[in-house]
Ligand binder design. Sequence first.
Ligand code: AKB
Length: 317
Amino acid sequence: MEHVLVIGATGQIGSELTMELRKRYGNRNVIAGYIPGAEPKGELRESGPSAVVDVTNRKMIEAVVKEYHIDTIYNLAALLSVVAESKPELAWKIGVDGLWNVLEVAREYHCSVFTPSSIGSFGESTPHVKTPQDTIQRPRTMYGVTKVTTELLSDYYYNKYGVDTRAVRFPGIISNVTPPGGGTTDYAVDIYYSAVKGEKFVCPIQKGTLMDMMYMPDALNAAIMLMEADPAKLIHRNAFNIASMSFDPEMIYQAIKKHVPNFEMTYDVDPLKQRIADSWPDSLDDSCAREEWGWNPVYDLESMTVDMLEKLSERLR
Ligand code: AKB
């Protein structure tokens, strides 16, 4: 990796991934691609180059890839699961047509491409406990439909044209920097903000609903490790199950309450979020990622909670 383009660099994952890549590969070598209205701010803007890159505009992607001699693209442009249900056509345009644009440019300019998939690529008929790497993927959400399609399209470009495509299936990502927007797993971020602000948390997901989650430092590491992995060792490509923790609302509430004893939580279940959450796995089997490229997460619920509360308290002070 010498010159990297991050598409969606100002989003929840993009904003931290861009900074981590700059730390590892040099500030000048990592371009923050953003859309108008979501301009980079602060350190993200100051620390390195940025460019307008709308994933739905192939010429725009091509111009930036050419200008900066890009060899690796992290394509993070997507609508999350809840918002995609209200804008299905846009979700397809960004997620699938956008990826097609990225892959065509990658084919011509010999770039590697990382496009995250998600636990949302699974559906009701998928085995829910220790969901295997290769299993049934028949999601009924538009988010899930686009994610399965991006997995297949990425594999297609690898098999047909030799484009070096790689991906992971991200669980819900928890971070203290840029908040997510429009996802089913967002509650697991929002709950920390309420705890630190001294507010009661109203949980939109029912007690007992298990979902896989991951702390941002592990998620960033997964993306970069996979892109740096020896291709000869990769049996799978698009996309690897990765996991570090699985919990329901009560478990995260209790983990926080240990450190914030007065913290209170009640429930007001959101039917759409609950329907989506019920269709997703309780936990993933990530043994292929561990075997093929050495995936090994650092954080569990307790260590993430300690770090989240500390960092958020500093930030919101
Ligand atoms: C969402 O909830 O939509 C995302 C995801 C799990 O892909 N965080």
